[in-house]
Design a protein around this ligand. Structure first.
Ligand code: ADP
Length: 213
């Protein structure tokens, strides 16, 4: 099963992807994570990526496409995959179509999680990550940068691009570049729109109903 998640930063794509991975044994392809991995290698390319991401702008289409295609071809994706954060503009969506066609694969479900801007800004600017595990905390829950992770041995930190000014730019870029993709999949009759509230379990059960058809 191949799934594509669409939605603005902080809409909950990552959280829902993790739930589906566990349930179906498919792989998550998060271009944000792949780029952060590349960044941590401290190569020249990594440094270039860091400065683009710090502003909330998009990394070069060709680079992202090559990371995605390598991952789809890997053994990890044998049972299927979830695309999270790709495609992010019309050109990437068209490239993905060609890539999948050449591999005789297709996307089974396109899921768009719609969340109001103010909620997205609050979620992203409050979000805290663990440097050791997948735990996602939030300042709303009284957690702070530097606190010990409640799950693993790690420490909580804030992503560089979760600062308010950058989050606002990411939302602008989403509206400008990614919104057209929503229409692209709608015209193909593939789009499922979901309203993302504050209850991840409720959203997960709505997603389940769609993909179990
Ligand atoms: P979010 O969805 O919360 O913005 P991601 O981790 O998916 O977080 O992306 C973080 C950043 O990585 C983006 O702001 C962008 O700079 C870069 N990025 C991720 N995916 C892509 C992509 N498909 N194309 C170009 N840049 C990307």
């Amino acid at each position: 099963m191949n799934i594509l998640f669409l939605g603005a930063p902080g809409c909950g794509k990552g959280t829902q992807s993790k739930i589906l991975i566990e349930k179906y044994g498919i792989a998550q392809i998060s271009t944000g994570d792949l780029l952060r991995e590349e960044m941590s290698s401290q190569s020249d390319l990594g440094e270039k990526i860091r400065s683009i991401m710090a502003k909330g702008d998009f990394v070069d289409d060709k680079l992202v496409l090559s990371l995605v295609s390598k991952k789809i071809e890997s053994n990890e994706c044998k049972k299927g995959f979830i695309l999270d954060g790709f495609p992010r503009n019309l050109s990437q969506a068209k490239s993905l179509d060609t890539l999948l066609e050449n591999m005789s694969k297709s996307i089974d479900h396109v899921l768009f999680i719609d969340v109001p801007d103010e909620v997205l800004i609050q979620r992203c600017t409050g979000r805290l990550l663990c440097d050791t595990c997948d735990y996602i905390g939030n300042k709303d829950r009284g957690e702070n940068i530097g606190d010990p992770c409640p799950v693993a041995e790690g420490t909580l930190y804030q992503r560089e691009d979760d600062k308010e000014e950058t989050v606002r730019n990411r939302l602008e870029v989403f509206k400008d570049q990614t919104q057209p993709i929503i229409e692209f999949y709608e015209e193909k009759g593939k789009l499922n729109k979901l309203i993302g509230g504050n209850d991840p379990k409720l959203l997960a059960s709505k997603i389940n109903k769609i993909i179990n058809i």
